[in-house]
Design a protein around this ligand. Sequence first.
Ligand code: MRU
Length: 359
Amino acid sequence: MDNKNIMSYETVYLNEEEGTIVILDQTKLPNEVKFLHLKEQKDMWQAIYLLQVRGAPAIGVFAAFALYLLAKNIKAETWEDFYKPLHEAKKYLNSSRPTAVNLSWALNRIEQLAIDNRNKSIPEIKALLLKESKKIKAEDIWMCRQIGENGLTLLKDGDGILTHCNAGQLATSKYGTALAPIHLGLERGMNFRVFCNETRPLLQGVRLSAFELIADGVDTTIICDNMASQVMKNGWVNVVFVGCDRVVANGDVCNKIGTSGVAILAKYYGIPFYVLGPTSTIDMSIEKGEDIIIEQRPPEEITDMWYKQRMAPQGVKVYNPAFDFVDHELITGIVTEYGIARPPYIKSLKEIFNKKVEA
Ligand code: MRU
């Protein structure tokens, strides 16, 4: 296995000469480091749906490049002939996964830029979309770095950190969100002990978080999801850091299925529970967690996927939600690129957006 430091891989990038988006196929990790070069709309949709590219920020960056590439290939001379297929492509890509807001956020941003510049020539619009998609990636790198800096203020050398799913470099353009403070702390000579929840059913914790942390030299221990309570009881966890797919106005946070259980345990054991994510993952148009659409995934992910043979009786019902939401009352703070929001979130999240406008 190639144990090259994951920090030197790019998760998502645009290959302009080839006219493709290149992604590190996350379904193959940790055993194979394989890059996919995508140009067809259907393959882009599948890459998101199959989690070949995954993690809210990485999905957003990918979607921006995807919509730009599809727009670039539209042969049209008039705005009307250009916009119709652009809009169709946007709707199609947007249907791939419903929960992470970064997908629609990035697609809307690209589409809106085209609409705002409808009076320009089609080649000019295409050039603007290219610039914007690159800007979305550059901003993602900047936001994650800032989240890393802000998150690092919450850590002490030697801390035990528990994380769920993968909110690391693999889920973003660089650094990650929940794992960014760990990567940055390490650069500065700090050491942490990280516990990665396995994250059933798709194993993002053991396959991805452990992979990038080990590659970066972090003291990493994997545990099955149902071991988190024991690890906390042992006194090994000083803080919980997780990512997010959609943070809503009251501070409820949607993240990988199992996150709400971790938050409940953290509360019970008196361990601070922090959510780390960029403002592109905050959706102030939704009031509360109950209103977030939760993606349901195929039953085979639970019954078959990791086994040589099916491990559930035929005919059994399967409930496989990809996400849950954490009640805002369980969250100690939400770490963004513009600072750390604290309860009451209804007020502090607005303040974060005010800081963004002022910046
Ligand atoms: O289904 P996934 O693997 O895309 O879910 C990812 C998560 O839940 C992450 O925690 C979240 O997207 C934040 S990534 C910085």
